[in-house]
Ligand binder design. Structure first.
Ligand SMILES: [Zn+2]
Length: 272
């Protein structure tokens, strides 16, 4: 193939990609400013305690993000669950809380949200270092690398309604999605600068080690012991605390709180 033809093909592809991105950005902007369905406001008021605490400006931004999220992601019900607006809006709102102040690309590798009525069975591979074993476990949520999040509706709703227990399966699974933006769930999402990576790594590895030590010594911890499973789980678990019990979390883990405040560009302790 002549070199000039190859250059024309590459330039055409580039132009198409740029045009598509521009179109998508414009369409998202339209959805963000589109009037929010008043029925959906009622759903949020009924199901999401944190929604009522948000400053008006953030409430308004959340409405726009939900519009985009619901336009771009599909929901499928399993085990007889019929997907309705209550399910879509309650889950989308929690997923979008994590994006409220970030200029994010709306979980770009996520396409589908699978919802079960309650906890569901899942096959998981565990390893003792030598042998891999496939085992059936009961789960309330899962985040997959290839475009899916799986959730229990019962636990997603409970998580939204109870902001005091520090547990929220939707924040947890969508934190894994953010973490996976660089292709790895390792507790370090994409950050802005080398300086940010340096302080994140320092604070997170210290706190993670402390949690592991405390769990091993059977000590009580504010951070859920599940966070000691891996760095990826640690980031997901502290994200739950950051939005659910920000004041106490800030008091007990100030440096960790500050890292999350920088990452999410939000200070939820102010909302409580
Ligand atoms: Zn997890």
């Amino acid at each position: 193939m002549p070199i000039i033809l190859l250059i024309i093909i590459i330039l055409t592809i580039l132009l198409v990609v740029i045009a598509m991105r521009f179109q998508r950005k414009r369409f998202r902007q339209k959805l963000k400013t589109k009037a929010f369905n008043p029925q959906w406001v009622l759903i949020l008021q009924k199901n999401m305690t944190l929604y009522q605490k948000l400053p008006d400006e953030l409430k308004c931004r959340l409405h726009g993000l939900i519009n985009v999220f619901l336009h771009e992601k599909t929901f499928s019900g399993y085990n007889g669950l019929q997907i309705n607006d209550e399910i879509r809006v309650t889950i989308a709102a929690q997923a979008c809380i994590l994006l409220l102040n970030r200029d994010d690309d709306f979980y770009p590798t996520l396409y589908n949200i699978f919802v079960y009525p309650g906890a569901f069975k899942s096959m998981q591979t565990t390893s003792d270092g030598l042998v891999n074993t496939l085992k059936e476990t009961v789960r309330t949520g899962e985040s997959w690398h290839r475009g899916q999040v799986v959730l229990s509706w019962k636990h997603s709703k409970q998580g939204a309604q109870n902001e005091k227990d520090g547990q929220n399966v939707v924040y947890h699974e969508f934190a894994h999605q953010l973490d996976n933006d660089d292709g790895r769930i390792d507790g370090t999402p994409v950050l802005n600068s080398a300086e940010d990576y340096k302080s994140w790594t320092k604070v997170f590895s210290e706190e993670y080690t402390q949690l592991r030590d405390k769990i091993a010594a059977h000590k009580k911890t504010l951070i859920d012991g599940y966070g000691a499973e891996s760095e990826g789980e640690f980031f997901a678990v502290v994200t739950e605390l950051f939005f659910e019990r920000p004041k106490l979390f800030k008091k007990e883990h100030l440096e960790l709180y500050k890292e999350l405040e920088k990452f999410y560009r939000l200070n939820p302790a102010e909302w409580f």
